[in-house]
Design a protein around this ligand. Structure first.
Ligand SMILES: Nc1ccn([C@@H]2O[C@H](COP(=O)(O)OP(=O)(O)OP(=O)(O)O)[C@@H](O)[C@H]2O)c(=O)n1
Ligand SMILES: C[C@](O)(CO)[C@H](O)COP(=O)(O)O
Length: 229
């Protein structure tokens, strides 16, 4: 069993919509609801904790009612940065054990990957979803290539990221006390000298970040619906 922490308090600046991008719809359903449905359907998911903007809480509660999402155990106020929103979720979590951090903006995560992450975190305390880099990777400074990096050791990191509760709590607390800001939770845990394990995920677990992602999102969702039939 696990609890999922869903940061949903972003601004969606790169999406360029006039609203939180999580309210944009794919096949007539808000992105946020697509993500919530994955965890609502997963019998291993015990609780969902959401971080939201204060001014959006009432609308989100309305969406939860409308789409019959029942596993949300706590809604807390998000922070200025994603990391702060995740920490707020952690503090509001009603349960310990294994916690999964997942971007509310990644609606296509597969249940098999979630379960593999939970199993790995149960054994090894920390595991993140990732895919292998498949393009040629180069380090560039001032527009000039410095070196070609061997991609055999490069992975593109996604969410979910699964941790034993106490480990993530310590990593978040120290990062916040020391003013360290990471772009994911694994970075905070790596700072403690802990091993973070990779679980191979899928390339379609894309984050809805820019407008083009909405086009990919529609295609991925159509394919998933066809496979379900
Ligand atoms: N202060 C923040 C920033 C982000 N997020 C959440 O973290 C996830 C991943 O963040 P990102 O894709 O960067 O979302 P935004 O911050 O909304 O986008 P942008 O950076 O383009 O403004 C999203 O579900 C977003 O809602 C959050 O809860 N609190
Ligand atoms: C956590 C994350 O989704 C892993 O890929 C990513 O680092 C979030 O970063 P962003 O700068 O908010 O897109």
């Amino acid at each position: 069993m696990y609890t999922v922490l869903l940061p949903a308090a972003g601004s969606g600046k790169r999406m360029g919509a006039n609203q939180n991008k999580l309210f944009l719809e794919l096949r007539d359903v808000p992105i946020l609801i697509h993500t919530l449905r994955v965890f609502e359907k997963d019998s291993m998911c015990q609780h969902i904790v959401l971080a939201v903007k204060k001014e959006e809480q009432a609308f989100i509660e309305h969406l939860l009612m409308k789409y019959q999402i029942s596993k949300v155990a706590a809604i807390t106020e998000g922070g200025a940065e994603r990391q702060h929103s995740v920490y707020a979720c952690l503090k509001a979590s009603p349960s310990r054990g294994i916690v999964l951090v997942h971007d509310a903006a990644r609606p296509f995560i597969k249940q098999e990957v979630i379960h593999q992450l939970v199993e790995t975190a149960n054994q090894s305390r920390a595991a993140v979803a990732a895919v292998r880099a498949k393009d040629t990777m180069k380090k560039v400074e001032n527009g000039i290539i410095q070196e070609t990096v061997n991609r055999e050791s490069l992975w593109i990191i996604q969410t979910p990221q699964a941790f034993q509760f106490e480990l993530l709590e310590k990593a978040e607390r120290l990062a916040n006390e020391e003013g360290f800001l990471g772009t994911d939770e694994a970075m905070l845990v790596e700072r403690l000298g802990e091993s973070v394990h990779i679980v191979e995920s899928t390339y379609d677990n894309v984050k809805m970040t820019t407008k083009e992602d909405l086009l990919f999102g529609e295609v991925i969702l159509n394919k998933m619906k066809q496979e379900e039939q």
